[in-house]
Design a protein around this ligand. Structure first.
Ligand SMILES: Cc1cc2nc3c(=O)[nH]c(=O)nc-3n(C[C@H](O)[C@H](O)[C@H](O)COP(=O)(O)O)c2cc1C
Length: 150
């Protein structure tokens, strides 16, 4: 089983997470070795119970101001995920961060995922735009399998 935590404000990341889960289900039906995906949505209402198994994070990007390189940015909307990862013991189990966003934001494209990767000492594994594509789901599923060596 691959555990995936995600946060979604306008539904794109939720749609991609479900797409990824369906991709895994189809792969599992064809090959029992292919792991299924368990999803967990994080929101402002989430009370941390403490993660006990390795997991991956899908996080979209909502930033105000700056480019994050020569001046600062302020994270909006997604801070519940950062707070969750900062809970004792959680970040240590994070095997990687997958970012999403919109390339129109140039240097800020997927910047929240990159900032989390640095802050929580986890690899930035992949990125996709908006709701992602079939190719994104296939690629990200494979990256997760490779990372866990399953
Ligand atoms: C107010 C606002 C700010 C955004 N800022 C960024 C940004 O800085 N970088 C980026 O790559 N995408 C940015 N986006 C695009 C979102 O990350 C993208 O639409 C994402 O798919 C939203 O995911 P969600 O529907 O799961 O909330 C922004 C979108 C909005 C509405």
């Amino acid at each position: 089983m691959i555990n995936v935590l995600f946060i979604s404000i306008s539904g794109n990341t939720r749609a991609f997470a479900q797409h990824l889960q369906q991709f895994a289900k189809t792969a599992h039906e064809a090959d029992a070795q292919a792991p299924l995906i368990a999803l967990k949505e994080i929101s402002d209402a989430t009370q941390s119970t403490g993660e006990t198994e390795p997991f991956f994070v899908l996080v979209p990007t909502y930033l105000d101001g700056g480019n994050g390189i020569d001046n600062g940015v302020k994270e909006l909307m997604t801070t519940a995920m950062g707070d969750y990862l900062a809970e004792p013991g959680n970040a240590e189990l994070c095997r990687g961060i997958i970012g999403s966003g919109n390339r129109n934001f140039n240097e800020q494209y997927c910047l929240t995922a990159k900032r989390y990767a640095a802050e929580f000492n986890a690899p930035f594994l992949a990125d996709y735009e908006l709701r992602g594509t079939d190719a994104d789901a296939a690629h990200i599923y494979q990256v997760m399998r490779d990372t866990l060596a399953i």
